[in-house]
Design a protein around this ligand. Structure first.
Ligand SMILES: Nc1nc2c(ncn2[C@@H]2O[C@H](COP(=O)(O)OP(=O)(O)OP(=O)(O)O)[C@@H](O)[C@H]2O)c(=O)[nH]1
Ligand SMILES: [Mg+2]
Length: 465
């Protein structure tokens, strides 16, 4: 299956501004959904928004806005009228009548205008909320096109970008869990085998996969993941007493770019959301003694589907065990503060709240003129005096960061001696890789190394018989 459809699908975004959501946050969330859509090869050609006290329980939008959406999908008034007689909108709980909770239209300032809707009808609807299965179904009935909520969009991106066995299994578990409550809904409906975004490939009809099969599959995948986790733990145990740094942050903040710059590795860098799903670990380059290992991790996003946080926790364990987190923020994004807040929340949620942290305001080269850059740098350092403001694209900045990492870990190093008997020379390699060797002396029994190393490591080396 190819990564994105050859011809971009045309879609409309639907968003409801509820009380308490300010205009800027509302617009930012829509802009983000558009980017998520673009990552899937979807062109957002229209945006339908409404301010309401509550969501319309059946269709999110009130009838007027719904008609607007239907028109975008190319449904004529006559078609809609016919449909309403024969195909009643499914009720979803109490009071599906519009209860007059509509307010005036929101003022959404889009960062870029929608592409001209033109005459061609939209082929999909992206909803900037998590919606119930029956709401999705109602919207599909009303528009005749595929409807994806925010979670479905994010899950589809994860599905397409997952490369390793572990990432694929993690994403599949969350997708299956997402499908279970929707299965019944789809079972009642018409044929859903048409092509689209949702990735239900040929032969994988959700109708055939009954709940039990799904449960079995989830159990199987969970077992596989557990086995992989044990493998990973052994690998991590080997790195336990090394100096480790993890890059964490919002998706697209520049984590992988920094990983490349700091380690000379060829990890994937891409201007798309959730480019990285797997953790990669590499030593800092130029090499340091002791070695410092850096890991690149999956990015976060606002309203990250909950299952995904849990399932990627094992991937993020790498971050939990790091001695230092580099929290990367895209300083050129108008919503960087919100993104910083989201990252901080997720870190606390996965139990990494207490790991020492260095804030990195990245992409400073992107904020504008040299004056604008200087002003932004000043404002950032005033507010976050301990943070580093930099551009991953500037070698000098990367060198500074490299030095800062080395000095961070140097503070903890202690000096000591390690005796290595002549018949244990295999330890020699480990000592040179993980310690700074200050002196090497020989006596009758073996070699005595005077080293600077992390205290835990020194203890272990000294205890090795
Ligand atoms: N101008 C500028 N662009 C940058 C900088 N750092 C990263 N980028 C660009 O930002 C985009 C995203 O960078 P990545 O390094 O892939 O971001 P990431 O944080 O790894 O993103 P995910 O893997 O999706 O979580 C790419 O197009 C990079 O080239 C920078 O300092 N300045
Ligand atoms: Mg990345």
């Amino acid at each position: 299956m190819s990564d994105s459809p050859p011809v971009p699908l045309r879609a409309a975004v639907v968003a409801v501004q509820l009380p308490g959501v300010d205009d800027q946050a509302f617009a930012a969330s829509i802009a983000e959904l558009r980017r998520l859509g673009r990552t899937l090869g979807v062109n957002v050609v229209a945006t339908v928004t409404q301010r309401r006290k509550t969501m319309h329980p059946a269709t999110l939008l009130g009838s007027g806005k719904l008609a607007e959406l239907q028109a975008l999908a190319g449904r004529t008034a006559a078609e809609i009228a016919g449909e309403e007689e024969s195909d009643e909108v499914e009720a979803s709980g109490d009071g599906e009548d519009d209860d007059g909770s509509e307010l005036d239209d929101p003022k959404v300032e889009l960062e870029a205008p929608d592409e001209a809707p033109g005459l061609a009808p939209i082929e999909a609807v992206l909803v900037d909320h998590d919606i119930s299965p029956s709401q999705a179904r109602n919207l599909e009935k009303a528009t005749g096109v595929e409807v994806l909520d925010r979670t479905a969009v994010i899950l589809e991106i994860f599905r397409r970008h997952a490369r390793s066995r572990a990432a694929k299994a993690q994403v599949e578990i969350v997708r299956l869990q997402y499908m279970v409550p929707r299965l019944r809904e789809q079972g009642k409906g018409k044929d859903r085998q048409r092509g689209g975004i949702g990735g239900k490939g040929a032969g994988e009809s959700s109708l055939e996969l009954d709940r039990r099969k799904i449960r079995d599959r989830i159990a199987e995948l969970t077992r596989e993941l557990e086995a992989m986790a044990i493998e990973q733990q052994t690998q991590r145990a080997r790195r336990r007493d090394m100096s480790r740094v993890a890059l964490v942050g919002y998706t697209n903040a520049g984590k992988s770019t920094l990983m490349r710059a700091l380690t000379g590795s060829e990890v994937l860098v891409a201007d798309r959301l959730f480019a990285t799903l797997d953790t990669t670990v590499r030593p800092l380059v130029p090499a340091t003694r002791p070695r410092v290992l850096l890991s690149d991790t999956v990015g976060f996003i606002d309203k990250l589907p909950h299952g995904l946080v849990n399932s990627f926790k094992s991937t993020l364990d790498e971050a939990l065990e790091a001695g230092l987190l580099l929290q990367v923020v895209d300083a050129s994004d108008p919503n960087f503060e919100r993104q910083l807040a989201v990252t901080t929340e997720v870190l606390a949620e996965i139990g990494a709240g207490d790991v020492p942290r260095l804030l990195l305001f990245n992409k400073i080269d992107r904020v504008g003129s040299p004056e604008a850059e200087a002003a932004a740098t000043r404002a950032l350092t005033e507010r976050w005096p301990d943070a580093l403001v930099l551009s991953a694209r500037r070698p000098d900045d990367v060198t500074k960061l490299h030095a800062r990492l080395v000095s961070f870990f140097n503070r903890d190093l202690v000096e000591g001696e390690v005796h290595v008997p002549y018949d244990r020379q295999q330890l020699r390699g480990e000592i040179f890789a993980s310690c700074e060797v200050l002196e090497e002396k020989y006596d009758d029994l073996g070699v005595i190394f005077r080293v600077r190393a992390r205290p835990e490591l020194l203890e272990r080396l000294q205890a090795t018989p």
